[in-house]
Design a binder for this molecule. Structure first.
Ligand SMILES: [Zn+2]
Ligand SMILES: [Zn+2]
Length: 131
């Protein structure tokens, strides 16, 4: 179980960017859209959705590049090492989705949602059945 209060902490591969995000996580998801697959170079982008008001870049703001992947989508990544830090939408500025793989320690909460399952790669294993 994750506490409802406190902070998540994350960093990029090179360590240049460090951030924190205030709990709670509204939901966590694996997104299989083709944009996430391309950006992450992986079968999914995995995210924890948190309040943007509680999201703070503690170090390395100048290293973040935002790719405009769609009209409203902004994908923030480290311009040195390429780590994907967040996804945000200009249409819902109150939320930001931080990448589960950059969190330290490892994300301890559940991942409740799978998005764009129509483009989920066949080579990915399935999640365990819902309880
Ligand atoms: Zn980096
Ligand atoms: Zn996606």
């Amino acid at each position: 179980m994750m506490a409802d209060t406190g902070d998540l902490h994350g960093s990029c591969l090179c360590g240049g960017i460090r951030y924190r995000a205030a709990l709670p996580v509204f939901h966590a998801s694996h997104c299989y859209c083709t944009m996430c697959q391309k950006q992450h170079g992986a079968g999914a982008g995995s995210y924890a959705n948190v309040a943007s008001a509680g999201f703070v870049i503690a170090q390395g703001q100048d290293l973040i590049t935002e790719h405009h992947s769609s009209d409203d989508g902004r994908r923030g990544f480290c311009s040195v090492c390429g780590s994907n830090i967040y996804w945000r939408s200009t249409e819902s500025p109150d939320r930001i989705a931080v990448t589960l793989g950059t969190l330290e320690p490892e994300y301890a909460g559940p991942v409740e949602r799978e998005l764009y399952t129509d483009t989920k790669p066949a080579w990915l294993p399935s999640l365990k059945p819902a309880r």
